[in-house]
Write a protein of this length. Structure first.
Length: 317
């Protein structure tokens, strides 16, 4: 569980008043999530999610919050940040930057079938297209420069074979990032963390994407690769599930066909997607922060996924 900062009922009441969202009925810390403090905030007017940002700064946050607003207003089912009477969507609670968004219907589908993967693929492509006219810029803060900075920090904590794999993959990704094919990849705002636990479903109907706080401008292919690595694998082994991956890619391409450069670099981006989360999980595991409720994710999972993507390159049918 992750509640890094405790919010009191009087503080929640004051926030609801500022946002003109009615009277407090319940404030409940949310289990799950490892980045931010999250509460379900229920008032007599509706159900909301209060997020206190633990690492992101007030300078970085407008990119994410306005992106969510932009996407919500473009018909993509994402939480819409609540504004105060001055139109401000970034607030302060307990001295931390904070936001209140509407609570999405549904629940996470943690054992997805092809039909769920197709729904994610189609909506991901619609989201990429809807982001084209979003005018704010911010890079993916967990992109290649962060990998280059963070790998030396985690290397002393891991065994020799893992060090060798991490070093080799980082060198490979630096090489890919300098290639003409990479420069030709279409880019825009991406979610960059669209795992099973960041999408809501009601049955087979997708009801929302959320947790945009790793979003940034990056290649659309990286976003698709992150999804394939989570939605379309056998979780215990990291082995690729071809029918689910095909369903996701077909649905994505029905909205936006992949370019030649994207087809060429899909295997490399699948590796990049695994590397990114291996590094962040190592970092969270070996350099943890204080939290009153926190369960770090298992880093070895993405070591296995990376090994799988290297041994069995992801090719399009
Ligand atoms: N807008 C929302 N609507 C409904 N439920 C939400 C919403 N936002 C968050 N939640 C719930 O809160 C939980 C934790 O949120 P989230 O995944 O954003 O945490 P985090 O710490 O920011 O992220 P991470 O997944 O990066 O560790 C989610 O699994 C979900 O159950
Ligand atoms: N989705 C990430 C957690 C941070 O959002 C992971 O599984 O490592």
């Amino acid at each position: 569980m992750a509640v890094f900062t405790e919010v009191s009922n009087p503080q929640a009441r004051e926030l609801l008043r500022t946002l003109q969202l009615g009277e407090l009925v319940e404030l409940r810390g949310i289990e799950g999530g490892i980045e931010n403090t999250n509460y379900f905030l229920t008032s007599d007017r509706g159900e909301y999610v209060l997020t206190l940002f633990e690492r992101l700064t007030a300078e970085q946050l407008p990119f994410y919050l306005h992106l969510m607003k932009h996407l919500a207003h473009s018909g993509i089912p994402v939480p819409d940040p609540c504004a105060d009477k001055h139109g401000e969507i970034l607030h302060t609670v307990c001295g931390k930057p904070a936001a209140v968004v509407n609570k999405l219907r549904g629940r996470s589908q943690l054992a997805p079938q092809a039909v769920h993967c197709a729904a994610v693929g189609g909506m991901l492509a619609r989201m990429h297209l809807a982001g084209r006219d979003y005018d704010r810029q911010q890079p993916n803060l967990r992109g290649l420069p962060w990998w280059n900075d963070t790998v030396p920090v985690v290397l002393p904590h891991i065994g020799e074979p893992q060090q060798a794999l991490l070093r080799a993959e980082l060198a490979y990704q630096n090489h890919v990032a300098a290639s003409p094919a990479y420069a030709a990849l279409p880019r825009g705002p991406v979610h960059a963390d669209l795992f099973r636990d960041n999408v809501m479903f009601e049955g087979e109907t997708l009801t929302g994407f959320f947790d945009f706080y790793f979003a940034g401008v990056d290649t659309w292919l990286f976003d698709l690769a992150v999804c394939l690595n989570d939605w379309c694998i056998d979780l215990p082994t990291g082995v690729h599930d071809a029918p689910r991956a095909q369903a996701m890619i077909d649905a994505y391409q029905a909205v936006r066909p992949l370019t030649a450069a994207e087809r060429e670099l899909l295997p490399a981006m699948a590796r990049a997607g695994a590397l990114r989360f291996w590094i962040s999980r190592l970092w969270d595991f070996y350099l943890p922060r204080e939290a009153s409720m926190l369960k770090p994710h298992d880093p070895t999972h993405f070591e296995r996924v990376l090994q799988q993507r290297i041994a069995h390159p992801l090719r399009l049918a």
